[in-house]
Design a protein around this ligand. Structure first.
Ligand SMILES: [Zn+2]
Length: 271
């Protein structure tokens, strides 16, 4: 599943091809994604200039003069830049063609993604308005996380994966950040000291920055026709490494199920 670093990498990959271009045509081959693509989207956006290609949580925004196209990649979505010469394949659900004849194409085999339209202020859209801060923004800091965690009894892993608290920390990066911070994923969010919360905030930012950087350096195939554009092999410390030696202490990495998701951790390094 694309997590925040993949989405940010995708955003950076498509931005130079779309910025300040006018939308020429929108072709919808499949309306039924997680939510239906609005029938009138092609009419709403035709001839409009793309003023910005931005991101909030795991949503990519194409900001136009009259509103915003909101794109989410769901479980299996990917974006690529191509031209009309590249024939659309089975799961290529929507093409947004711009004035340099480049096409932004969404492929989504499992159809959990979405392409929506927000008129006016996108931040007041129902999917967006209750989202917590961005993990890489300054507003996401130890003071914020510590005061929000107070009296919370849920596990720290569930807490940082809650998008009302902070956005874009999925299962992989939650495990990775907790390992870096030396915090046991089962620990109660409200019972962690300020110093350790500070460490966790740093660990989240370091983990995400490293993954975005990795994505940028391995992003070769964005405009190609093969492979999975925008995805990349991540260098993971504990996630998916059950039984392998912990990179810090050599003890075997353990796995257990938490909120029906796999959690990976080192029982020796994470208290
Ligand atoms: Zn360890």
């Amino acid at each position: 599943m694309p997590e925040l670093p993949e989405v940010e990498t995708s955003r950076r990959g498509i931005e130079p091809h779309l910025l300040n271009r006018k939308i020429k045509e929108v072709i919808i081959r499949q309306h039924k994604l997680r939510w239906p693509i609005p029938e009138n989207l092609p009419q709403l956006v035709a001839g409009k200039k793309i003023l910005a290609v931005s991101r909030r949580a795991k949503y990519i925004y194409l900001e136009l003069e009259n509103g915003t196209i909101i794109i989410h990649l769901g479980m299996s979505g990917s974006l690529r830049i191509c031209t009309e010469k590249t024939p659309a394949e089975k799961h290529d659900h929507i093409d947004i063609q711009v004035s340099n004849n480049k096409i932004l194409r969404l492929r989504d085999p499992r159809k959990f993604g979405c392409v929506l339209w927000a008129k006016g202020d996108v931040e007041s859209h129902k999917l967006i308005k209750s989202l917590g801060p961005e993990p890489l923004d300054e507003s996401f800091n130890a003071d914020y996380l510590y005061s929000t965690a107070k009296k919370r009894q849920c596990s720290i892993k569930a807490f940082i994966m809650n998008s009302h608290i902070v956005v874009g920390i999925g299962n992989i990066y939650a495990s990775e950040a907790l390992f870096r911070a030396g915090i046991n994923p089962k620990r109660s969010a409200g019972k962690i000291s300020f110093t350790r919360i500070e460490k966790l905030v740093d660990a989240i930012k370091i983990t995400l920055h490293a993954a975005i950087k990795e994505g940028g350096t391995t992003l070769r195939d964005f405009t190609g026709i093969s492979g999975q554009p925008g995805y990349f092999a991540q260098k993971l410390l504990v996630y998916g490494r059950t039984g392998e030696p912990c990179p810090q202490c050599n003890e075997a990495v353990k796995q257990f199920v938490q909120q029906s998701r796999s959690t990976f951790y080192c029982p020796n390094c994470q208290k």
